[in-house]
Every structure is written in C-alpha cells, then in structure tokens.
Design a binder for this molecule. Structure first.
Ligand SMILES: C[S@@+](CC[C@H](N)C(=O)[O-])C[C@H]1O[C@@H](n2cnc3c(N)ncnc32)[C@H](O)[C@@H]1O
Length: 340
C-alpha cells in the first residue's frame, strides 16, 4: 500500500472496530469507503486487519456478539472482497465457517472501548424488548450520558451516585471505571433486568456489596482506601419507593438515561424525583441529570411541564462534541440538569 493509502485505511479500522464491538447496525458501517480502499489496494492486508479488529478481536473472542450478527457481518465483508478481487480470501471463509458451526444463545455481548484503554462489556438480550421490558439492552441515551460523564468526571468523583432505571448497566459501569465515584447504586424495578445487571457488574470486574443503606457502609465509616467505588444493585420501583427508602441511599447525584419513553413513565419519574428532592445530605438535595433521545417532542414537553408543576427547575446541558461511542448519528439527544 502507498503511504497515503495506508493512512486512510488506518482511519477505517477504528470505525469498524467500535461499531462491530458494540454490534451496531451493519448499515452504519463505512462500507462505501471500504469498497473504495479495496479498489485502490492490491493485497489482502486491509481486510485481514479488519478481521483482527472485529470477529477476531480478543474482546469478541472472549465475549462474542450474536451469531447472526457475526454471520451477516462476515457475509458482507466477503461480498465487498468479491466485488473487487477474483481470488477468494481463505481467512474470511474460515471465520464464516467457524461462526456457522456455533449455535445462537439467547444472550449476546456488546463491548465499548473507553478512552482510558479499558472497556465495558455487557451481556444483553438478543431481542430489543423481551420479558416485557426495554431494560435488557443498551439504549443510545445511556451511551450519550456515559460520554458526557467521562468528559465531566468532577460531577461524580468522590460522590454517591444513584442511577434510576439502569437497564443493562452501561452508563454506571463507564462512570465506575472512569469517574471515581465513592459509591454507585444501580437500580431498576424489573427482576430479569436486575439479574442481568448483577451479571454485567461482575463481568466487568467490579465487586457487589449487599446493602448500600447499611450505615456501617457509608463513606464516613469507610476505613479502606480503595479506589473502586462501593457498588450495589437495588430493586427500586419509582411507583412504590418511599421517601425514607430513597433518603437511606444518601445520594449526592441522581442520574437516569432513556426513561422518558411514554407518558406513564414520565409521571412516575417526576413523582420519584419529587421524593428525592426531600433527600437532603449536608442540607443539600442531590444533583440530577436525565438523558434521553428526543423521539416524541410531546413526551419531552410533558416531562418539562410536569417538572414545572412539581417546582423542579431544570436547564439543558450543552451538547458535548467528543463522540466516543458509535450511537445513531442523526437522533437528537438531550441531558437536563435538574435542581431538586
Ligand atoms: C429504555 S430502558 C433504559 C435502560 C438504560 N438506562 C439505558 O438507557 O440503556 C428503561 C428502564 O427503566 C426501567 N423502568 C421503567 N419504569 C420503571 C419504574 N417505574 N421503576 C423503576 N424502573 C423503571 C425499565 O425496567 C428499564 O430498565
């Protein structure tokens, strides 16, 4: 490859790598650029490098994506190769044969690379909605909020974070790995979501504590100097949790991602935020950040108008420009900072 050709090819690799590890839709991959590069190059290096950064990536070998996904990806890669070269590339066919011999499990993995060089891997359901919940997969707002958190670690450092509707756990795991919170409480209402969440926390090398509300466990009583946050998972349903139960968590920061998807959840969420506004720690209510994808402007308006009625002021957090995760480019994302 000529030097300028190899520089261009090097730019393609991270794009394929990040998208494949996160199992993003195949249509979002830069196939057109790949085809152009393949036309300009004579050898198989580029495709072999893509294979190493995707299907053969150590994270994928250890925690594979869905079989169907890997099969469709390899078939597309083979199509691109064959559109340009007449000689088949054995390595691509061997990888496909290996995938075809694997049976599809009900859970698959997605991995996200962090700027620190670390990564977050999640075991997720292969279906977007299963067991009657949306919480078994990662939603784009979770990625957007994690990105913002990693660019604003001071909002979380040495603080107790309570996450509402944690789902698969991406945001919390990214915060625990990069923002140095003192304690992180993942929460959700759905038992299957909580079970998967606990598995994902352990999968990422964090230890789980039994009960964060135990007074002996609070930061003031923390005798060890561990860098790792104290991590717990709580079953917390916004419709039934009481103010004293919320106060026992002693949160400094409350966060939530993609929890405004229908009017009922908006109303439940505002009610729980109202109860949280009474949870004073050192005479201060927690900071709160709510991230969402603007799918239906009316639902977002309902949220802000209910916040107004509840007496909770809010401001939009400016969009951050550093995109680290491969979420949908064209969807509108927002984070509101609430003054509880
Ligand atoms: C669309 S998912 C978002 C999950 C995750 N935050 C993300 O962005 O990937 C919504 C989550 O909110 C949870 N949820 C919905 N209503 C709830 C309620 N009343 N109490 C607690 N959690 C709730 C669901 O179980 C689900 O995990």
């Amino acid at each position: 490859m000529a030097p300028e050709e190899s520089t261009e090819a090097v730019r393609l690799l991270p794009s394929f790598e990040r998208r494949f590890l996160a199992a993003r839709a195949l249509r979002s991959f830069p196939w057109q650029s790949l085809e152009e590069k393949l036309r300009d190059s004579s050898g198989p290096e580029l495709l072999l490098n893509i294979l190493q950064k995707t299907v053969k990536h150590p994270l994928c070998v250890k925690h594979p994506p869905s079989v169907k996904y890997a099969r469709c990806f390899l078939s597309e890669l083979i199509r691109k190769h064959e559109a340009v070269h007449t000689e088949p590339l054995d390595e691509l066919y061997e990888a496909l044969a290996e995938v075809l011999m694997t049976t599809e499990p009900t859970q698959c993995h997605r991995s996200y690379l962090l700027p620190s060089g670390d990564s977050v891997t999640l075991s997720e359901s292969t279906a977007i909605i299963s067991h009657g919940t949306t919480g078994l997969v990662t939603w784009d707002a979770a990625l957007y909020l994690a990105e913002w958190a990693m660019q604003n670690p001071a909002a979380f450092a040495h603080r107790t974070v309570l996450e509402l509707g944690s789902g698969a756990g991406l945001t919390g795991l990214a915060i625990c790995k990069t923002c140095r919170p003192s304690a992180y409480i993942f929460s959700d209402c759905h038992s299957c979501v909580l079970e998967q969440l606990r598995g994902n926390i352990l999968l990422n090398g964090l230890s789980l504590e039994a009960d964060v509300t135990d007074p002996a466990r609070h930061p003031e009583h923390n005798t060890c100097d561990s860098e790792s946050p104290r991590v717990t998972v709580a079953q917390l349903d916004w419709d039934v949790v009481t103010a004293p139960q919320l106060a026992a968590f002693q949160p400094d920061v409350v966060i939530a991602a993609d929890v405004l998807y229908c009017p009922e959840t908006v109303l439940s969420l505002v009610r729980v935020l109202q109860r949280l506004s009474a949870c004073l720690k050192n005479q201060q209510a927690p900071d709160a950040y709510i991230a969402f994808t603007v799918r239906n402007p009316e639902t977002c308006q309902l949220f802000t108008s209910k916040l107004g009625i509840a007496g909770i002021p809010w401001e939009a957090v400016p969009h951050h420009d550093q995109k680290l995760f491969p979420y949908e480019e064209h969807s509108e994302m927002a984070i509101l900072k609430l003054t509880l």
